[in-house]
Design a protein around this ligand. Sequence first.
Ligand SMILES: [Zn+2]
Ligand SMILES: [Zn+2]
Length: 331
Amino acid sequence: MRAAVVPKIGGKWEVKEIPTPEPSSNQVLIKIHASGLCYTDVHITEGRLPGQFPRTIGHEPVGEIISLGEGVTTRKVGDRVGVPWVQASCGRCEWCLRGKTMFCKQQIGTGVNTQGSHAECMLAYADSTMLLPDGLAYEQAAPVFCAGYTVWSSLRWADPKPHERIAIAGIGGLGHMAVQYSKAAGFETIAITHSKDKEELAHKLGADVVVSDGHGLKEAGGADVVLATSNSYKAAEDTLKGLRPDGRLMLIGISDEPFTISAPHELIDNRHQIIGSSQNGREYLYEALDYVAKGKVKVMAEIFPLDHVADAYERVSKGKVRFRAVIAITQ
Ligand SMILES: [Zn+2]
Ligand SMILES: [Zn+2]
């Protein structure tokens, strides 16, 4: 089969012929139809996550099951599935026993501890696969397995109440989906973006109000929940100015820069919470897919064939993609 191979840390991606894997016990072999290219792939390529090179990465896989390993009873050949980041875990630690496998230190990450999805085929543990809703296009489904799942589960984890206002900071790969999820769930939604050219788009995505920073958010009446989707912690901290009392700032974007709080007394007086969040449980993945299947959330993505995967990677790494990149794999 053909696969995108990253030859070494920081190396240029190449499409190569590699052996098609065979499913072991409890695994399925998936013919990949679409594979989202996430910014985390840049972190992995640049060696910021553990793993051996050469390797094939990718953790937004969707496709069709073409063969089953021994012992698989809940999936069948022909099933349309996707696979999230946490593919398996130790099953024995406190967090596995509590059903919170996202905290397991031994977890097996898709495209990190296993061959990833920028390839014609990929193995996955059958139990980790999620059936796709009928009629949901593969190119729309792929980015939900990381981006959509991440933003929707952070909104759910913020536990917004009826009548609360939601602000989305950053209208990019995550933020453009977050605005739509917030509206789909019925919340008054404010987009925070510095980019003038994204103002109109934010309205089109459903934002009721668009502001440029935390001060603007405050002027517009503030928000009870802010989803900070960009990787600038400075911009995230700035939104605290517009966070209403008892408000929650949800940090989603990954960055190496420190997070500093310039006005701690404001944080204390307003009983603000700053909450880290990633993918908070499979029920949220189910819901995230359902909104996209119903057309209430539409992923905006640039589609690339597998042969152009290196160009896709270049564009993602330089922040040029509007808004997600998806590798469409035809075989
Ligand atoms: Zn990702
Ligand atoms: Zn565990």
